[in-house]
Design a protein around this ligand. Structure first.
Ligand SMILES: [Zn+2]
Ligand SMILES: [Zn+2]
Length: 392
């Protein structure tokens, strides 16, 4: 017996974990030839246990209708032929069983993830960690998202570093420069620490004006610590520049035993940076404005509109201090954006509460907000600010 299910518009089919009950989607006819063996959310190990309830019902009805009922009917005919046998049989089909395979819907909240370890592509609702559905490798999604490039420099070199920043941005990287990236009021140390955490590499511009002093030292310190933690997912790139008089930048002590480059030109320096980073920029494709061409887009989930509550939260927070949080006090709890109560979680009715919390979840899933160290507190991300700009 052959069972077939329709897929969603990207060719994915829903599966459900018997342990955590969460759904994910797998792509058929591509990727690994091994069977699904792990839940991408909880890592649960199993085989042939991933059908959703609807799929299982449909398979059951297929078995009943194509195998069981014809057999029983045959049996019934035979027993009736032997006239006064003791056995009476009445056969009714169970009309509650589905006759059509379940439709696969496009899920706006799911993100397409590719596991290079097993060349497997899935759709999931993004969580803090995921497991490869084939080999079970655990991926920490927070450090997985850390793809920025930290640019460390001395104030006087700002112009040159800005040049690098703009060029890196143009070719698709996300450079991190202290003065742009830090919201007013953030302490320098904390801002730098966060910048390093969000990055996959730190570039030190060691011009003759760079001295091993003050916060530069702590930046080197943080970078070395980050590399120890992330291994080959973090690169320290030290570029030692020589000025017209042959003066060299000093190499900070901590980098001293690491490899550094002495580029002769700024273009050479840029090449060194691109070569050393553990992330690569996108593939070359035509601009949309060129006529008479086709492009090769990567799979992307069809995203739907944000809910009104999600929009309101995003708007309020981006216009204010960029913060959302669930505030718990003795008198009860509330959902706040920019210190303004958006929904009182004690007095509001359940439906309103669900809508507001759903809005918060939606922003989290799209990574428009990110939890910070405080529990129940969220900060607007760069993507969040971009999304807010496109709201009317
Ligand atoms: Zn699971
Ligand atoms: Zn794998």
């Amino acid at each position: 017996m052959e069972v077939s299910f329709p897929t969603d518009s990207d060719g994915f089919l829903a599966q459900e974990c018997p342990s955590c009950g969460l759904r994910f989607k797998i792509a058929f006819g591509q990727g690994s030839e091994e069977p699904v063996s792990h839940c991408p959310y909880c890592g649960y190990r199993g085989s042939d246990c991933w059908y959703t309830g609807e799929q299982a019902d449909y398979i059951q009805s297929l078995v009943v209708n194509t195998t069981l009922i014809p057999e029983l009917k045959k049996f019934q005919r035979q027993t009736q032929l032997s006239s006064n046998g003791p056995l009476r049989l009445e056969i009714k089909s169970d009309s509650s069983l589905p006759v059509e395979p379940p439709m696969e819907t496009d899920d706006a909240f799911m993100k397409v993830l590719h596991f290079p370890c097993c060349n497997e592509t899935i759709k999931v609702e993004q969580h803090e960690k995921h497991f490869c559905i084939i080999c079970g490798t655990e991926i920490d999604m927070n450090s997985n998202e850390a793809k920025k490039v930290f640019l460390s420099h001395k104030g006087v070199d700002k112009e040159m570093v800005r040049d690098f920043k703009q060029t890196l941005e143009l070719i698709g990287y996300e450079p991190w420069l202290d003065e742009d990236a830090m919201v007013a009021g953030t302490s320098l140390e904390r801002g730098i620490l966060q910048g390093m955490k969000d990055s996959c590499g730190a570039v030190f511009f060691l011009t003759p004006s760079f001295r091993d002093e003050g916060y530069l030292k702590s930046e080197v310190d943080y970078a070395v610590r980050e590399q120890r933690k992330k291994g080959d997912r973090f690169a320290i790139i030290a570029l030692q520049f020589v000025d017209a008089n042959g003066q060299e930048g000093t190499i900070p002590e901590l980098i001293d035993n690491l490899v550094w480059k002495k580029p002769k030109t700024q273009l050479e320096a840029l090449r060194e940076v691109i070569r050393a980073l553990p992330v690569k920029s996108g593939t070359v494709d035509w601009r949309g404005s060129i006529a008479g061409i086709v492009t090769s887009p990567s799979i992307k989930s069809i995203s739907t509109e944000l809910s009104d509550e999600a929009k309101a939260l995003l708007k309020e927070a981006t216009n204010g201090n960029g913060k959302l949080y669930i505030h718990k006090v003795l008198s009860g709890s509330a959902l706040l954006a920019n210190n303004k109560v958006m929904c009182s979680l004690d007095s509001a009715d359940n439906r309103a509460k669900a809508r507001w919390m759903g809005g918060l979840e939606d922003l989290k899933r799209r990574r428009f907000i990110q939890g910070n160290s405080q529990k129940g507190a969220f900060e607007i991300t760069r993507e969040g600010y971009e999304a807010a700009e496109s709201l009317d």
